[in-house]
Design a protein around this ligand. Structure first.
Ligand code: PLP
Length: 374
């Protein structure tokens, strides 16, 4: 693939690999020994994996004796969490309408298999409607899965308070949280959050693709999703992705939460075309969902690509869907939602975001002029 000098604003989809993480990955790739074998080199590799596990659990302030299993991606972690705890047809389960498709589509499939899974609605700001969520809980509800930071809008669910209230309403409830877009962007302190299960993914935090994690609190009776040779304490079989695991450790060690609100402000300030800002001030600033009236997001995205700017339209996994489920659940009009772009970034230069705003002004004006002419 020919590398072009494009400016990248689709970090919520995936991130460039950080240099130190790449180095850790390359070095660890040379350690090809199978961690399950009993030779001396294999035992050394196995020890490195255990060290990485302990370090990650410690950085995330996990509860003592809790577990972390390494998976191939957050989609696997999310599927595994649902399959592990949605097992009885006489019980009730809840997810929100704001979940990533790896939760939402798994839940839909499981409903077809006969499980009772209900969907908690969203507020206009993209967060789960807590009042309705709590009213849905009864003694039959045993599992709730919520997204921490929404991947389309950046809306932040108040997981600490929600978990506390869910467990007050029914202490038997197990809470799973999809933290893929939260890690590295807001404080993730697993003890403070009080959750039972927490998903995260390497490639969203400057790590390689193909490695992710699922945190499992110590008291849980977790049924493995992938069976086989009994790796990962018997909870996730398959030969370990050693290089991925050590790269993930490095990526998590080097996470630094930075205030990106100035970049969001500069972007908005430099727009001269009419828009609806879907991500409000309570969202993480690094994900901006914005709709340009009278346009098609997909077309604008391609026009920007031609000019050297890469942006997203909703989530990458969702880009083939005709309607946007999450924006729909927030009450955004379909016609407006069609003109939606997702701009997501890390610590970039103000000049870069200003250049993007100017490019958007240009292509949106071009688009609207063409539509008027036709
Ligand atoms: N959950 C959220 C919130 C995401 O944003 C994504 C990726 O877009 C996923 C899960 C799936 O992550 P992965 O690509 O590691 O399967």
């Amino acid at each position: 693939m020919e590398e072009k000098n494009k400016l990248y604003f689709d970090y919520a989809s995936t991130t460039p690999i950080k240099e130190n993480v790449m180095e850790a990955y390359v070095n660890a790739s040379r350690m090809f020994y199978n961690p399950s074998a009993l030779n001396f080199m294999s035992i050394e590799v196995k020890n490195k994996i255990e060290e990485a596990r302990e370090n990650i659990l410690s950085i995330l302030n996990a509860k003592p004796k809790s577990k972390l299993i390494f998976t191939s991606c957050a989609t696997e972690s999310n599927n595994s969490a649902l399959r592990a705890f949605i097992r009885r047809k006489d019980k009730k389960y809840i997810i929100s309408m704001g979940e990533h498709s790896s939760i939402y589509n798994t839940a839909k499939a499981m409903i077809n298999e006969g499980y009772q899974i209900d969907f908690a609605p969203l507020n206009e700001d993209g967060r789960v409607n807590e009042k309705i969520l709590f009213s849905m809980i009864d003694e039959k509800t045993t599992f709730v899965s919520l997204i921490h930071v929404n991947n389309e809008t950046g809306a932040i669910n108040d997981i600490e308070n929600i978990t506390r209230e869910l467990k007050r309403l029914n202490p038997k409830i197990i809470v799973h949280v999809d933290g893929v877009q939260a890690l590295g962007k807001i404080d993730v302190d697993l003890s403070k959050l009080g959750v039972d299960l927490y998903t995260f993914s390497g490639h969203k935090i400057g790590c390689v693709r193909g490695i992710a994690g699922l945190y499992i609190a110590s008291n849980l009776n977790y049924t493995p999703y992938i069976l086989g040779g009994g790796q990962e304490m018997g909870l996730r079989s398959g030969t370990e992705n050693v290089a991925g695991i050590l790269a993930l450790e490095e990526a998590i060690k080097s996470l630094k939460i930075t205030d990106l609100s100035g970049i969001k402000t500069a972007f908005i300030k430099n727009l001269t075309v009419p828009y609806k800002l879907i991500s409000n001030d309570s969202c993480v600033p690094n994900i901006i969902s914005i709709a340009f009236y009278g346009t098609r997001g997909e077309t604008i995205m391609h026009m920007l690509d031609d000019l050297g700017f890469i942006v997203g339209t909703g989530s990458a996994c969702n880009s083939k869907d005709k309607t946007n489920r999450v924006l729909d659940a927030m009450g955004v009009e379909k016609q407006t939602a069609l003109g939606n772009l997702r701009i997501s970034f890390d610590a970039i230069e103000i000049d870069e975001i200003v250049a993007l705003a100017e490019a958007i002004n240009k292509v949106v004006n071009e688009y609207l002029t063409k539509v008027k002419r036709n």
